[in-house]
Design a protein around this ligand. Structure first.
Ligand code: KG4
Ligand code: ZN
Length: 334
């Protein structure tokens, strides 16, 4: 260990993943994620259960992250944690833990915006996008087009007016009795389906905003009508239904992204957040890359919730002297 090395411990507890990571001078040394499977039977995250599971796991997950990084806790330079947005009870566990640990070690505290961390996960590994770029940030709670001019100058230029696209995946899965989280399974079923078999509507919303509640309701009515005459309709056509529905969601995302890129004259395009793990979105973006876009897609482990992105953004904030104090509170909405 060099005395100038900067070790950041990152803590992430915004939803249903308890995660901790250690970085050294911006390189990730460990990235531990404990996914809470307890929510699976409920078809969505149960907030009270999530908080309890975070409480149960946070100490051991942090211990593993420090151990895997091959450092001692006294080597840590600063602790970064997810301040929000997310489930308040879940955020409180990470916030209080980070505050207590930082105080015990007499080291600085850094409060990280979860959505910003999803974007700056792109800087963990090369190639990282040069500024300015557009980032499609798509998760279970958010759907945004973000204009990133620099680390400190980011502007949300478009967002969903109702459901997030991840929610549109997960709620559709629930309707079809696919276990939570449904996004990855819809993606999997869709791979051997015909995306043109069924048609679902694309909401036409002004500017760069989105709406996903209509397409979800359209799917609900479509399945209700078809199962009324054929009880096995979903079971027999699951691959084509998933492919057609997923195709509609991804086309909707790309439509506005293309519009923003054209209007602003920015061809550097990044994707971030859990839905960025979607194989069809990735494939469609690579087609656009062949045409005119320079595309940046993070590694799968840095798309879904993780603490490496919190440790890395924490490191960038450390270099910018952006510290928090003990009065800092968890924020469900940032
Ligand atoms: O970023 P994330 O891990 O947590 C939030 O901040 O919300 O995103 C979780 C969302 C869930 O809605 C999940 O279904 C979706 O990401 N997701 C996917 C895929 N993997 C995760 N959606 C579609 N296809 C995937 N392969
Ligand atoms: Zn997230």
């Amino acid at each position: 260990m060099n005395y100038k090395d900067i070790y950041i411990l990152g803590i992430e507890t915004s939803c249903d993943e308890t995660a901790a990571s250690v970085s050294c001078n911006g390189s990730i040394l460990s990235n531990v994620v404990a996914t809470q499977i307890v929510h699976s039977p409920y078809g969505g995250v149960v907030p009270e259960l999530a908080s309890r599971m975070h409480e149960r796991s946070i100490v051991s997950v942090t211990h593993q992250a420090i151990h895997q990084a091959n450092i001692q806790k006294n080597d840590i330079t600063a602790i970064s944690f997810t301040q929000g947005p997310g489930l308040l009870g879940s955020l409180l566990v990470g916030t209080c833990f980070a505050k207590g640990f930082a105080q015990a070690l007499h080291i600085p505290l850094i409060a990280v915006d979860h959505m910003k961390a999803h974007i700056f996960a792109h800087y963990i590994d090369a190639p990282a996008p040069e500024y300015p770029f557009l980032c499609l940030t798509v998760s279970g709670g958010h759907t945004q087009i973000v204009l990133v001019n620099s680390f400190t100058d980011i502007k949300v230029i478009g967002k969903t007016l109702d459901d997030a696209v991840g929610e549109a995946f997960d709620k559709a899965a629930k309707i079809m009795d696919i276990p939570y989280p449904g996004g990855p399974l819809i993606d999997k079923y869709a791979q051997s389906g015909d995306k043109n078999r069924y048609r679902f509507p694309i909401a036409h919303i002004p500017d760069y905003d989105y709406s996903f509640s209509g397409v979800k309701t359209a799917l609900l009515y479509f399945l209700r009508d078809n199962t009324a005459t054929n009880a096995d309709f979903i079971k027999n056509n699951i691959h084509d239904i998933c492919a057609s529905y997923q195709h509609t969601l991804i086309q909707t995302l790309l439509l506005k992204l293309k519009k923003a890129s054209k209007d602003l004259g920015i061809n550097r395009i990044a994707i971030a957040g859990g839905v960025a793990a979607n194989s069809y979105l990735r494939a469609q973006l690579l087609i656009c890359a062949n045409e005119h876009w320079e595309i940046f897609i993070p590694k799968l482990e840095y798309c879904t919730d993780n603490a490496a992105m919190i440790a890395h953004t924490g490191y960038m904030m450390y270099l910018n002297n952006q510290f928090a104090d003990l009065k800092t509170v968890a924020k469900a909405v940032m």
